[in-house]
Design a protein around this ligand. Structure first.
Ligand SMILES: [Zn+2]
Length: 419
């Protein structure tokens, strides 16, 4: 039992790529060369070290002390100290994982298998580690903010994004995963047990806080949702003045469900006509919104004529309810039009959660685990299509990663010693 209050010390660990182990062991015996190597690495990354509040850097770094990692067969670890503010940075070579005896190559393979959808138990069996060790590893990375990692890759905070909640179960408890996606990158993956606007606002608020800390003038211009009331409300609360649109693909998928008791050829024909309506509405720039209102009215008349007044009335009410969200999409050419990329991200995450049911118990660290999974989604180079083959989501979106090794990137980008 730990009774004494633990001193909160800032994590100033840096993972440094020494390229191979021999280089590291050679540098250990030469203090000056060691410091120079680390500084050159930091310069290449373009990251600033996290000095103490009063210090803006500019001082010298000296080798401060070293300790031996027993669990890793006695690897010597050096610390560097700022001569001005006395902040101490622990330099972890790339072949060592913070606080873990697992070797990075084992961790890399096991996480990749996890990301691919294999259960923690099977991954653990394949790589001779315990399922719990793998779970804790994902959580350890998940304690770092997605916003910090993504902006370290040079990605701009998203001005337009997709937001929606995945409904899932944590054992028998109903749970929701509020998600923010921009292109191929997950910016936020939260966890709530309620579907209320307040709960979602709190979850999305974590993203908003992190983003505002990064860039105080951060503003969101447009968000595409699936039209769920709590999502829309939380977006308007967090980002006043934001344009909230509703996914046009969902509109297409929903229409057949609104048409009851008619022959399926009639239903299919109406769906095709609805598709054409959207296609034409998107083609017309400038007058798009005005034209859409008129087209929707005509379409309701057409439904009333072909599928009866009951269907016509149902669709009219549905249009009434959703049209503001559709207008919002058409009124701004930069607005995302469909939430397909968000659905894909959530499906990828869901596959993993499904395989790991036994691991999210009520007292587990769901939030850290989910953020860890989101980091894998963003950094594993899983893209297979020719244009982006071999790239990770961050690279597809124009971000830069420090090395060719995605797992080393994860270690470097989640280092605590950077500002
Ligand atoms: Zn300093």
């Amino acid at each position: 039992m730990r009774n004494t209050a633990r001193q909160t010390r800032e994590n100033r660990t840096l993972t440094v790529d020494f390229q191979n182990e021999t280089t590291y062991f050679q540098l250990l015996s030469d203090g000056k060369a060691f410091v120079e190597f680390v500084l050159a690495f930091l310069l290449a990354l373009g990251f600033q070290l996290a000095h103490k509040a009063t210090c803006h850097g500019g001082g010298c770094l000296t080798r401060h002390s070293h300790y031996v990692r027993v669990r890793l067969g006695g690897v010597t670890i050096w610390r560097l100290q700022c001569t001005r503010c006395k902040a101490v940075f622990t330099v972890l070579p790339h072949f060592v994982l913070r606080y873990r005896s697992m070797r990075p190559d084992v961790a890399r393979d096991a996480l990749l298998a996890t990301h691919g959808g294999l259960s923690l138990e099977l991954c653990a069996m394949l790589y001779h580690i315990s399922p719990m060790a793998l779970y804790r590893l994902v959580c350890a990375f998940g304690h770092h903010s997605l916003v910090t990692v993504l902006t370290r890759c040079g990605l701009q905070l998203p001005t337009y994004f997709l937001a929606d909640e995945k409904h899932t179960y944590c054992l028998t408890t109903k749970a929701y995963l509020p998600t923010i996606v921009c292109g191929r990158v997950i910016w936020h993956l939260g966890y709530t047990e309620e579907a209320s606007a307040a709960a979602f606002t709190q979850s999305y608020g974590a993203f908003h806080r992190a983003a505002s800390q990064q860039e105080p003038s951060y503003r969101v211009k447009g968000v595409l949702t699936d039209g769920f009331d709590s999502t829309t409300k939380s977006m308007r609360t967090l980002f006043p003045g934001v344009r909230v649109g509703i996914c046009l693909r969902h509109a297409l998928l929903k229409l057949p469900k609104k048409l009851v008791a008619i022959a399926s050829p009639v239903r299919n024909a109406l769906r095709t006509q609805f598709h054409t309506l959207w296609y034409r509405a998107r083609q017309r720039k400038g007058l798009r919104v005005f034209a859409l209102g008129q087209r929707l009215r005509h379409f309701v008349d057409h439904i009333t004529a072909t599928a009866g007044p009951a269907n016509g009335e149902r669709v009219r009410r549905w249009f009434q309810d959703k049209k503001a969200g559709w207008y919002a999409v058409l009124a701004d050419p930069q607005m995302p039009v469909t939430s397909t990329l968000l659905d894909q991200a959530q499906n990828a995450v869901e596959r993993k959660l499904f395989a790991m049911k036994g691991f999210h118990h009520p007292k587990g660290s769901q939030q850290a685990f989910l953020t860890g999974l989101a980091l894998l989604y963003d950094l594993v180079p899983y893209q297979r299509r020719a244009k982006h083959a071999g790239q990770c989501g961050v690279e597809v979106e124009g971000g830069k990663v420090p090395t060719r090794d995605w797992f080393l990137n994860l270690q470097i980008l989640t280092s605590g010693g950077f500002r």
